[in-house]
Design a protein around this ligand. Structure first.
Ligand code: NAD
Length: 274
């Protein structure tokens, strides 16, 4: 029997059919989860981020085949404004529109303030904050032309509260909530919304790296790090999944969320309820 014939046909009629979504930092982790979810809802996708070229191409092909949407890839470096400009230009030239912009690319560095390397501060501010300013300012003309836009900034519970040793990350995440509000106010009458998602801990390679680093630093097991260090402030004691964050992004991209703008939405298992 032909197994392929039994597979459901690719979805092209989802709530986001006809939309074009660009997700920065989407070659893995939360960005990839969001890209898959938006594609699953019918949007064409522009992937971005670093990684092995063959793996990225495989991911691109898999999403396109599974969801029946177009998927392209931009290698733009989020520390480089020229590279970001080229990515936006290529997207609008290729698709003729840009409806959904997800500013997700981000990195972390953990160190006390006195030992925090200045170049790490600059790099984190560039990727986690300034890149969103550049993508937003460059994407807005295309959104205004269509009278529709959804800008989603992936911030963090660390955009709402502080923790020691993450000065640059937390400064950038608090900063992106400010950018979210300003963008929302400037676009409120144009059919465009801008919101931030504030995840607590999500199971991704970025967090994996922290588990190993903290286990070494504290001389404790990975399980102890997960429960007593990382999830110490997260009352539900579980990592969120990238699919959960993806579903929130699909909702914020939908017409149902047309009146939601300028918010910082915690998806943090109760962390910021403290
Ligand atoms: P990750 O390390 O798994 O993925 C980061 C992505 O960003 C990768 O695709 C990587 O290639 C890309 N990237 C890194 N530097 C880049 C650059 N200069 N230019 C272009 N792309 C670049 O991280 P993640 O855990 O999926 O985190 C994604 C976002 O979610 C980040 O903004 C992070 O701060 C935020 N976040 C993560 C968690 C969590 O628990 N994982 C919690 C709250 C917020």
């Amino acid at each position: 029997m032909n197994v392929t014939a039994q597979m459901p046909s690719p979805v092209t009629t989802g709530t986001l059919a006809g939309r074009v979504a660009l997700v920065t930092g989407s070659t893995r982790g939360i960005g990839l989860g969001i890209a898959r979810a938006l594609a699953g809802a019918g949007a064409d996708i522009v992937l971005n981020g670093f990684g092995d070229a063959t793996e990225i191409e495989t991911t691109r092909e898999q999403i396109a085949a599974a969801c029946g949407v177009e998927v392209t890839y931009s290698p733009a470096d989020m520390t480089a404004p020229d590279s970001i400009a080229e990515m936006i230009e290529t997207t609008t030239a290729r698709f003729g529109r840009l409806d959904i912009l997800v500013n997700n690319a981000g990195i972390q560095h953990v160190a006390p303030l006195e030992q925090f390397p200045p170049q790490k501060w600059d790099q984190i501010l560039a990727i986690n904050l300034s890149s969103a300013f550049h993508t937003t300012r460059l994407a807005l003309p295309a959104m205004r032309r269509n009278g529709f836009g959804r800008i989603i900034n992936v911030a963090s519970a660390h955009g709402l509260v502080g923790s020691p040793f993450k000065a640059a990350y937390i400064a950038a995440k608090h900063g992106i909530l400010g950018l979210t509000k300003v963008t929302a106010l400037e676009t409120a009458e144009a059919g465009i919304t801008c919101n931030a998602i504030c995840p607590g801990y999500v199971s991704t390679p970025l967090v994996e790296a922290q588990i190993d680093g903290q286990a070494k630093a504290h001389g404790i097991s990975r399980d102890q790090v997960i429960r007593d260090v990382l999830l110490a402030q997260q009352p539900n004691k579980r990592f969120a999944t990238v699919d959960e964050i993806g579903s929130v992004a699909v909702f914020l991209s939908s017409t149902a969320a047309a009146s939601i703008t300028g918010i910082a939405l915690p998806v943090d298992g109760g962390w910021t309820a403290h």
